[in-house]
Design a protein around this ligand. Structure first.
Ligand code: ZN
Length: 262
């Protein structure tokens, strides 16, 4: 029996041809084009999911998701069903509004080679080892390409989709972030570790709102701290997060006092 990878390889040019001529396929039609019985729609959906994993790996909008549809021409309702509705809509919209080019298709093909031997169920967890799935989703949704590191800040809130899509995130003062990073001078303001060196020579730190904006935290120097990714995740998810919050407030107040006296 053909593997998902082999089927995906055969299906990619078929889907690409449809997408580039502005047409859709149904899972049944795609099954027939692969020489499978019509009732193989479910298998085809899995092959499409593997192709979408390849697209995600290639950082291209999801080709199969919006090109291969259910019999009543809808996006597969099971696809991305576990994701916040706003994020799911944004992922679908971005893919629908994208004009797929030949270079997109070859990028997906190349990414598929990297997923050789993976089923769709194994491919996504593998992708998560390369980029946390929350960040991947924001990227697929078209958020956080320019503001990529900033998007991480929303991952721990109760309603990341809402804070992301109401535009509040964009209201945050970029000057505050820049000034906080300047105050940190490359070191995590919580643990003091030097951030790793980025390709542009700067030190990597993430800005974190100590009191979340969603909880009416202010977008001010005294509520924003530049920290390492490890501390950032602990601040959001750790069992010590309340204690960390109190410590961060103290550290930031001290840092602000030093900054004022400089
Ligand atoms: Zn740290």
């Amino acid at each position: 029996m053909a593997t998902q990878y082999e089927e995906a390889k055969r299906l990619l040019p078929i889907i690409a041809a449809a997408a580039m001529s502005g047409q859709h396929l149904t899972y049944q039609i795609a099954a027939q084009k692969l020489g499978r019985p019509k009732n193989n729609a479910r298998t085809v959906a899995q092959v499409c999911d593997l192709l979408d994993a390849a697209a995600a790996l290639a950082d291209v909008p999801l080709l199969a998701l919006t090109t291969v549809l259910t019999a009543n021409l809808r996006v597969n309702p099971d696809a991305w069903a576990e994701v916040e509705p706003e994020i799911r809509s944004a992922i679908i919209n971005r893919s629908q509004n994208h004009t797929f080019t030949k270079s997109d298709i070859s990028a997906i093909g190349a990414a598929l080679e990297r997923l050789k031997g993976y089923s769709n169920r194994k491919a996504w967890p593998y992708l998560s080892t390369l980029m946390p799935s929350g960040e991947r989703r924001l990227r697929l949704a078209g958020v956080g390409t320019a503001a990529y590191t900033d998007a991480i800040d929303d991952l721990g809130t109760d309603s990341p989709a809402v804070t992301t899509f109401t535009g509040k995130r964009y209201a945050r003062d970029a000057m505050v972030r820049d000034a906080v990073k300047e105050r940190a001078d490359g070191r995590c303001e919580y643990c003091g570790e030097l951030g790793f060196k980025c390709s542009n020579g700067s030190r990597y730190l993430e800005c974190h709102h100590i009191i979340a904006l969603a909880d009416q935290g202010a977008d001010m120097m005294t509520n924003v701290i530049a920290i390492c990714p490890q501390d950032h995740r602990e601040a959001h998810f750790g069992e010590r997060r309340e204690q960390i919050e109190a410590e961060m407030i103290a550290k930031v107040n001290a840092a602000e006092a030093r900054r004022m006296n400089r």
